[in-house]
Design a binder for this molecule. Sequence first.
Ligand code: N01
Length: 551
Amino acid sequence: MTESPGKTPNTDYDVIIVGAGFGGLTALHRMRELGFSVRLFEAAPNVGGTWYWNQYPGLKVDVESIEYSLSFSHVVEQEWTWSERYSGPQELCRYANFVADRLDLRRDIQTGTRIDVAEFDEDTGVWALSTSGGETLRSRFVMMCTGMLNQPIKPQFPGLDSFEGTQYHSARWPKEGVDFTGKRVGVIGTGSSGVQIISTIASEVGHLHVFHRTPGYCLPLRNHAMPEEYSTRVKANYGAWRAAERYNSFGGWVALNYEIGEPVTGSALDATPEEHQELFDERWKSGGLSFYNVYPDTYTDLEANAVLSQYLQAKISERIKDPKLAEILTPKYPVLTKRLIAETNYYEVYEQDNVELVDLRENGIDEITPKGVRVGDTEYELDSLVFATGFDAMIGSLKAMDVRGRNGLTFSEHWDDGARTHMGLMSAGFPNLFIINAAGSPAPLFQPIILGQEQVQWVARLITKLTERNINCIEPTSEAEDIWGGLCEETVTATLFPLTDSWYLGKNVPGKSRTGLAYFGGMENYRQIMTDAEVGDYSDGFVLSTLPASN
Ligand code: N01
């Protein structure tokens, strides 16, 4: 093994990365560029991360693919061409494979290998990671690129295991696909996953029961083949477009949709009804998630929010012919406080005779029976049941792993009453371990690929500096975690997000605390906090030490 900048005698690698999604591929590339010895482990048989696992029918990414892509390699940017405006998981996985091959990352990636245990040695400051293949590998630093929406959840309905038909979860869809032709299918959940599944399988199934609790703001994706002219134009200007996306990003909430240009800055309350109409019509026409780029006070002021909520409620209602259905399917909560749902012909599906909505607003699902689903006195008989019930977001993947920090502390214990992190990058008790795109970060509200890239760069510079100064251990303090948790709370309280139950706040998992789950202060502020920590030599909230190297 070649010597590298941070090489310690008793390690196999300087850095071990877990997860081969876009965050993990970015981390691997950057660490290698800096000359660190690095290995990436991925449980799935191939790269792609969330797009490898989520291959349910109808899935399309809801950020334009040309934007939802890596920006650290000019070669990749120029050589890869997207076939659609919003790609499906197969194309996104082909892209991840292209990146791995083109940047020669594959030789340092071990797929089909789960990290079963990661254990910190307090004397040496080194992590030992045991793999599903029976190896134990030691590294100074660990980067957890395990994703924010990775751990699927199923509500624990009574009788769940008694169902005699087939069960599927949107986030673990069989790669060979599922043939629902002529079958009686039930879908539980109408978030982004459920809505795309319902719209796609409705034409194929014999009968579809949609078990529906909270209506969301479902907006047309307006997908189409990638126009060559648009692709060429973006490629010619990628640098400028990426910079605009990073730095002008609408108060830092979310990235721009390239097609809609500059972020809006004024207040909804200062604009006239005609101006509202013009802006919203333009967003409606553009499609996808372009409504995230509207008046910033839509996120913080109920009156401003109502302007957009009412516009979209009317748009949704007018698509649904049956007034009773329209009443059930039209959302009432302040728009944007829950993730917008991008769809294609979703509401129109309910006009089909073989599609039936089961309204769970008053009475929820009582039990799963051997034959189907029971709601009150009615048993819905089914051949297949699809759970589109979401994820234990932000914290789920690390809580599910056997990661043992100081004194054997696990994330499951440490994050039992909320996510404790400093800057959404590290946790006390887990020295030298970095978290990318997950708990305590602005991940739910920003474009995760960009956020991941910026976090990776920050970590890369940190590891470089520590190595130059012969410091081999860094860890945040418990007080820093308290302060960060307080800031996360302060930033969310300043918005309308707490008015609605959503995975942003952990409300989709019984008993889950929202403390520290995400930073709601916007990407620009988050970036400034990361910069300040770096400029301040990590003196605020981190403990740096040098442990003796043992052989
Ligand atoms: O999960 P969700 P998701 N009884 O949590 C329902 C990203 N994503 O997988 O709202 C009945 O949003 C629940 O009902 P309610 C995206 O960020 C992106 O759809 O709690 N119903 C809800 O309808 C997204 O936001 C893409 O009342 C129950 C649904 O299950 C995030 O992932 C595609 C229930 C869960 O919706 C999560 O989306 C897919 C119960 N006991 C996902 N429990 C794209 O890029 C839960 N539900 C396109």
